[in-house]
Design a protein around this ligand. Sequence first.
Ligand code: MLT
Length: 401
Amino acid sequence: MASVNEDFLNLENDYLFSIITNKKNEFEKNNPDKKVISLGIGDVSLPLVPVVIDAMKKATDEMAKKETFRGYGVVQGYEFLIEKILEVEYKKRGVELNKDEVFIASGSKGDLAGVAEIFSKSNRVALMDPVYPAYRDVNIMLGRNDIVYLKGTEENGFIPEIPKEHVDIIYLCSPNNPTGTVLTKEQLEFWVKYAKENNAVIFFDSVYEVFIDDENIPHSIYEIEGAKEVAVEFRSFSKLAGFTGVRCSFVVIPKELKLYTKSGEKVELNSLFKRRQSVKYGAAPYITQRAAEAVYSDEGQKEIRENIKYYKENAKFIKQELEKLGFIVYGGEHSPYIWLKTKNNMKSWDFFDKLLNEAGVVGTPGVGFGSAGEGFFRLTAFSSKEDTKEAINRIRNIFKK
Ligand code: MLT
């Protein structure tokens, strides 16, 4: 009898963003004359930049010729891309890493799941509440149900509270999805020290780092001394360069980072992840990696930063206009996410329904990210300028009354 892995039955029925898409589709079906604007899922609206397109075309041409065609790739990722990552993302910030500490793949969701697999099922996980739901679901799928939630509230500035009990794995996301807040150097120093003292490992998700505007806010956890012993870092080209439909990411696992066996021996996470990737992952496509490499050329950096500037202007506009309407608004400064407090204690899903039904605007209910998100709502700055303006006009019409 084929039986089910019952860990999967512990998941909530549907993934947050699928529920929202279904609600949006249903509304559109019933209101064919209304144009719905989505400021919900954080998907980019600007096309790939010209330098990236050129690199993809060139790589495609190479694939068309016998002399330059490439078959199976390198599990770890091509050196040409890893070298650029080390130089632009890390060396420039004073961080020294080796080539075999970076793994290229096809999106951070898969990387988060892959690294989490290597930790014992019995490990206790600390997640922020509110939290990007994939962190939680990945652990539930792996049968890791011992999850502690670290509340981020208005009172503590949406910074995860310190665990009251011992935890083995800590997820940190800065700039944060969904609240848009950032962790300062001092706060990261605290977590690195905490991880060292508790033999814990930090999963540091910094896929939104390109939105940071303040010199003093770290882009990488490795800017903190000692972090290489206790932290894995997740990065992606999705938000950095609009690769949501292309798929390319990387994860950094320093060789210094060790896990323990039951008998107390130390094992390298890096080599186990490499072993895992060679069995379960077929290497990111050559064309994709050439496209990602182009992001790091001088022209590529200029072009992608123009797009980021565009999204940041949207974020600023949304924040400013909502504040004019009397909303309390967080995020939107070093982040593409705007985290607003609903008015009159309205529940997140009621606010979602109000916005959809009365304004034809889709956002993400804060409670979908955890109970601490109740009464909050997330909007993204990733839409076009025109749609963002129109969405705000419609929201203004409801709330100015
Ligand atoms: C979000 O809306 O939170 C993100 O787009 C989700 C993701 O990157 O997977």
